[in-house]
Design a protein around this ligand. Structure first.
Ligand code: PLP
Length: 394
């Protein structure tokens, strides 16, 4: 410990950021000096380590999280005339992947206190889908809290659809259903789970993503579609490849897989630190209740939060979100809104007309994401909460 005074002004705290350490840099440097920059041995090593970590039978490393969702749609043979159900409170990619393959999106509302798709909001969306063919339901484990997977799967199955978990927020989260603890991504309830390693997520490769599944056929399809749809039939000539169907170049390079392997080895430490910081936030934010509340967490969910999102009664505090965001920024604190409801995006309004999803709108009106990442100090949490209290005139 040093007794130097803290730097002034104190460093800016973004809402999220990567944790890259010397051994991560060394792992990338080693991969750069090796024989393969792209399709090399580290890709499979990363996939193997990842599937073991989340308890899935197959893992496919992909160029980014959006591409994992696109591959899931393709592998499931979803296309024109089909419908996918996505929550409105999510990143654009959850809905867009259905459009990439020509399917239509029916937006599900969310619980206004957790931001999650629920059995009730899925039932409403299924009713709005009418007699159209629903092929996939895409629950998003918003912030890191896990959706009610058994109930959602039962409803999807009854409608002839599968679950595709959009899980980039929930790497390291655990959900307990019927007394069994499930790491997110173990594939117990879904056809696929999708992850992203964008720098703000729980572990980073820059761009990068991973699909997990327990279905060998789906895994093989996703794998071949990741590489142009090329396959090498067993026993064929050494130069031979065939393209039975058209695919994409969605590979994740060896160099980034080396970073992914190195980051994955630290996941438990990152998750433990996120949990400790979350606990400190919960204790400190209690002083600002009921104007500020943490987003609610379902009973079955033990999240490794990716986003520390609070719900603020801006009207009750006689202010606006814009004013609070600007005051926080002046105090050196980043914040973000997760998310603008996707059904409000001009592209979707043009396509489907205006939609009334009151839970998504209520969530949007109050949500604000505060800084959360493993290298934050305990004192940084205090700084954020003090600045928030001041911004709200408390
Ligand atoms: C980050 C994210 C994605 C997309 O991941 P990229 O790697 O940025 O393409 C998709 N869905 C959700 C919910 C995300 O948070």
């Amino acid at each position: 410990m040093t007794s130097e005074p803290p730097p002034f002004p104190p460093p800016f705290l973004p809402y999220g950021r990567q944790t890259i350490e010397d051994d991560d840099v060394a792992a990338v440097a080693e991969a750069l000096r090796a024989d393969f920059l792209t399709t090399g041995p580290t890709v499979e090593a990363f996939e193997t380590a990842f599937k073991r970590k989340v308890g899935a039978e197959h893992a496919i490393a992909v160029a980014n999280g959006t591409a994992t969702l696109h591959l899931a749609m393709l592998a499931l043979e979803i296309g024109e005339g089909d419908v996918c159900i996505a929550p409105s409170v999510t990143f654009l990619a959850t809905a867009n992947c259905a459009r990439y393959v020509g399917a239509e999106v029916v937006f599900a509302d969310v619980d206004p206190t957790s931001g999650l798709m629920t059995p009730e909001t899925l039932a409403q969306a299924l009713a709005r889908a009418g007699d159209r063919r629903v092929k996939a339901v895409l629950p998003v484990h918003l912030r890191g809290d896990v959706c009610d997977l058994p109930a959602l799967r039962a409803m999807a199955q009854a409608a002839g659809a599968v679950l595709v978990e959009d899980a980039p927020h929930a790497l390291g989260s655990i959900a307990t259903f019927d007394g069994v603890a499930h790491p997110v991504g173990d594939g117990a309830y879904s056809a696929f789970a999708s992850f992203s390693f964008h720098p703000v997520k729980t572990m980073a490769t820059g761009e990068g993503g991973m699909l997990t599944t327990n279905d060998a056929g789906l895994a093989a399809r996703a794998r071949s579609l990741r590489g142009h749809g090329m396959v090498r039939p067993p026993g064929s000539d050494p130069w031979w490849y065939e393209m039975p169907e058209i695919g994409f170049n969605y590979r994740l390079p060896d160099v980034l897989c080396a970073l992914g392997l190195s980051q994955l080895a630290k996941l438990d430490r990152f998750v433990a630190r996120r949990r400790a910081l979350t606990a400190r936030y919960a204790a400190r934010l209690a002083d600002l209740s009921p104007i500020v509340r943490l987003a609610s967490s379902p009973a079955w969910s033990n999240p490794a939060l990716h986003l520390l999102t609070v719900l603020i009664d801006f009207e009750g505090a006689a202010t606006s979100r814009r004013a609070v965001v600007e005051r926080l920024k002046t105090a050196g604190i980043g914040s973000q809104v997760h998310y603008i409801p996707v059904h409000r995006q001009p592209y979707y309004v043009n396509r489907y007309g205006p939609l009334d999803l009151p839970g998504a709108d209520a969530w949007y009106d109050r949500c604000l994401t505060l800084p959360l990442y493993p290298t934050m100090a305990d004192g940084d949490v205090d700084r954020v909460v003090d600045a928030l209290a001041e911004a709200l005139g408390r």
